[in-house]
Design a protein around this ligand. Sequence first.
Ligand SMILES: Cc1ncc(COP(=O)(O)O)c(C=O)c1O
Length: 393
Amino acid sequence: MAYRLNPLVESVAAAPIAEAQSWIRGRVFPADRPLLDCAQAVPSYPPAEALTRHLAAAVQRPETAFYTDILGRADLRAALAAHLGQDYRGNIAAEQIGVTAGCNQAFCLVAQALARAGDEVILPLPFYFNYQMWLEMLGVSLVPLPVGAGDALPNPDEAARRITPRTRAIVLISPNNPTGATYPAELIQAFYRLAQRRGIALVLDETYKDFRASGAPAHALFQDRDWPQTLVQLYSFSKAYSLTGYRVGSIAAGRPLLDAVAKAMDCVAICAPHIGQEAALFGIERLAPWREEKRRMMLERLEALRAAFRANALEYQLISAGAFFAWVRHPFAGEVASAVARRLADRHNLLCLPGTIFGPGQEGALRLAFANLPAEKMAEVAERLVASQDHRG
Ligand SMILES: Cc1ncc(COP(=O)(O)O)c(C=O)c1O
């Protein structure tokens, strides 16, 4: 008799980006209509040359091949604490930082430390699909908090109505994946106050914090002396330093949560990759100008996308955009987003993700990871969307 799989894992849908990528597998695109790939958000540029050189030297040292402390190298934790303290004008200690193998792992460990099967976690809908998948695999009930149709922002009063004795956390992502919406500081503050009043965690994923338009602090939560009792901040070095494959992210949280995370981390990975930690430390200490240059480049891409939407007779509506993503309402009423996305790939060589990947009720939306493309390509994105409007039915 064959063994059986855990139904909680088996019933979760497979990672959805691969399916969209299968739509174009084996196709050859003509030079005058190349593929515009806006499916997965990955930096379209290599890491800084100085970083690559630094790592080449670091691998020569035997200790780079060894485990680090479970929650990361002490120098990296101290540097990140200082960096976040400066970024948010707040107070974060090195022992309130845990280094992980990417932000996805940070979320998985934090979710596991906060909630058990049967507990509830509130997430704005549309969701970042990996977080949905992980909560489902844990048997944690995901409570959707639909965002505003016009601005893609979640409403704290709506969240308050969804809190029950089983709620363990509210999870926010800002700037958001998939909508690109950057939540105003006051909105984040309102969610924080709510979580604080109700004795639940506010998990705030700031993977894209370095690509915000404003240089002002994203929020004032770290300025509250009591932040470790409520806030759990997640970060990724993947996008800011273009090192998705080195796997390094972080958690800023109170000691009790990090102690729990350390137990799980010890079992899962023992520590984040040492080479990734080396890269992250170099990034924080030496690459601020490079990071800023990339932020400006991404903002140019965003501006070009917005201009292209304004300039064209588009029936597609740009609901929100920022960091790497644009959330777009398609004009084909009654048609599911997957069919629209498939047609854009098949006929217009434009690959994007259907809203349906990001949760129920998202049939009318598409996610464009516009940041994959240089600014001068945005007009072409809009032209292809215009061309697709000819199709009806
Ligand atoms: C919101 C969000 N969180 C986390 C991640 C994963 O980051 P990492 O590569 O650090 O695991 C991503 C990657 O796309 C993301 O969009």
